[in-house]
Design a protein. Structure first.
Length: 185
């Protein structure tokens, strides 16, 4: 159910675009994302920083798109989100010596410190790649082509996450993650 919930706003956005155009689709994306976050909050009783950032960027860039009647804003939203993620992870890792991935997932995954470092570097590079790719498509391709890229471009995050899963699986320890309660037998 959560996987469907994650993809629902983009699927509704794509469907609304095909039926009605970019401006109604932007409104649908904004409403669907707000509803998605309300459901996530009702289930988890909290929103992650990523959820909050995504919602804020969609609402800000969507509002700019609708008020100014300029589709460039909604097309550049993914670039802004990916660039912000890369910057946040990089600054935390190299300037503040904090590993956000380990902070967020360390209680669930017991991994050696160098693996956490490599994962974070991989996420920084991935986010920079996606920001650049979306920026290129948004700048030089038609809106129709950008929409197709948005839909079929999910190959990139799926491949990245599968690759991360394979990499992490090789390094998982049988020991419980720090802070995890011991399993009862």
């Amino acid at each position: 159910m959560k996987a469907l919930l994650d993809f629902l706003p983009i699927l509704l956005f794509f469907g609304a675009y095909k039926l009605y155009g970019i401006y109604p689709a932007t409104g649908v994306l904004m409403a669907a994302t707000a509803a998605q976050m309300a459901i996530i909050y009702a289930i988890d009783k909290k929103l992650t920083t990523m959820h909050k950032a995504t919602l804020a960027l969609i609402l800000v860039f969507g509002t700019l798109t609708l008020v100014l009647q300029d589709e460039r804003f909604i097309k550049w939203k993914p670039t802004a989100l990916y660039a912000a993620m890369a910057l946040a992870l990089a600054v935390a890792l190299w300037a503040y010596r904090k590993n956000f991935l380990k902070i967020m997932l360390g209680s669930q995954l017991n991994l050696p410190e160098p693996v956490w470092h490599r994962l974070t570097v991989a996420w920084v590079l991935y986010c920079l790649f996606m920001a650049t790719l979306n920026g290129y498509v948004a700048a030089f391709w038609s809106t129709d082509a950008w929409m197709d890229f948005k839909l079929w471009g999910y190959v990139f995050p799926v491949a990245f996450i599968v690759g991360q899963g394979i990499y992490v699986a090789r390094h998982l320890s049988d020991e419980p993650a720090a802070g995890s309660p011991p399993e009862s037998t």
